[in-house]
Design a protein around this ligand. Structure first.
Ligand code: SAM
Length: 287
């Protein structure tokens, strides 16, 4: 259906179905007609690809994905949107809507059942209240996907794409760079949404790596160390790790020295190789 970004059309749909926005579900729908085609084109929605969409709203991005990709499977939590989507996506026979919480969806099974013989990519204008958990779920589950192209709050996007050894980075930056190569694509102003949020947004793409960095022998322990390192942001690596992982400071000092890092080093000064060596040295000492 055309015109899903037209405010009059959206109001007509809402009136007909008695729909109103849920703030708790992060419902800020896109009304800028230029954004969805760009997300679809830059997000691998093309022949040979199946697309997973998270959070359809009234189907504005779903339409652009369905025009370009072989198949779209969209996961939307709000059952009030189901009758609306039946109308707005009526012309497509390559779209399937799953009324579920994406955090509870078995994504491996979904890909196996729905996208046989296709490459798979993820595209979404994410609900901002669970941006990082959704991104981490898609990355940590090691899904057979090519890319994850998502609209997020501008500050979050800057942190995701900051690169290691920069001020803006956090534990999620390490995880993103471990599993993927992140790229900032474009900014989207707050006026592009209805209702308008208080912050601007941006679209980022994570191209999934074929191979994750070498040297990690225990991924769970590695990410415990990474999360622990950033739990107290302004502290040194030594203080942060010893308090967040409840480890004797002497043991942490040994691991830092073994990694050839200064004792005053802060987590945001470590490279990926430093994090891996430090976690491996700490593991040898404490496990
Ligand atoms: N794609 C639409 C657009 O661009 O206009 C809607 C985007 S809106 C920012 C986020 C959507 O995600 C809403 O439709 C909301 O109901 C849905 N949503 C929120 N939490 C969800 C969850 N846990 N699982 C699946 N969908 C969710």
């Amino acid at each position: 259906m055309e015109n899903l970004t037209n405010i009059g059309k959206i109001k007509d749909i809402f009136n007909k179905h008695g729909f109103n926005f849920s703030k708790a579900l992060g419902q800020n729908f896109l009304i800028n007609p230029t954004v969805c085609p760009k997300i679809a084109e830059m997000g691998n929605a093309k022949e040979g690809f199946g697309i997973i969409e998270i959070g359809t709203g009234i189907g504005v991005l779903t339409n652009e994905l369905a025009k370009r990709a072989d198949k779209v499977v969209a996961i939307e939590i709000d059952d009030r949107l189901m009758p609306i989507l039946k109308e707005t996506l009526a012309e497509y026979d390559n779209v399937k809507i799953i009324n579920d919480d994406v955090m509870k969806t078995d994504l491996h099974k979904l890909i196996e059942n729905e996208f046989s013989g296709m490459e798979v990519a993820v595209c979404a204008n994410l609900p901002y209240y669970i941006t990082s958990p959704i991104i981490m779920k898609f990355l940590e589950e090691r899904l057979p996907i090519k890319s994850l192209t998502v609209m997020v709050q501008k500050e979050a996007g800057q942190r995701f794409c900051a690169g290691l050894q920069s001020r803006d980075m956090g534990s999620v930056t390490v995880a993103i760079n471990y599993f993927s190569t992140p790229k900032m694509l474009f900014n989207v102003s707050r006026g592009s949404f209805m209702p308008a949020p208080n912050v601007d947004s941006c679209v980022v793409r994570f191209d999934i790596k074929d191979e994750t960095p070498l040297g990690v022998t225990d991924e769970k322990f590695f990410f415990d160390v990474v999360h622990g390192a950033f739990q107290q942001r302004r502290k040194t690596l030594c203080n942060s790790i010893s308090s967040s992982l409840r480890l004797n400071k002497e043991l942490v000092i040994n691991a830092i020295e073994e990694t050839n890092l200064p004792l005053t080093v802060r987590p945001e000064q470590l490279s990926m190789d430093d994090f891996i060596s430090f976690a491996e040295n700490l593991k040898k000492i404490v496990k």
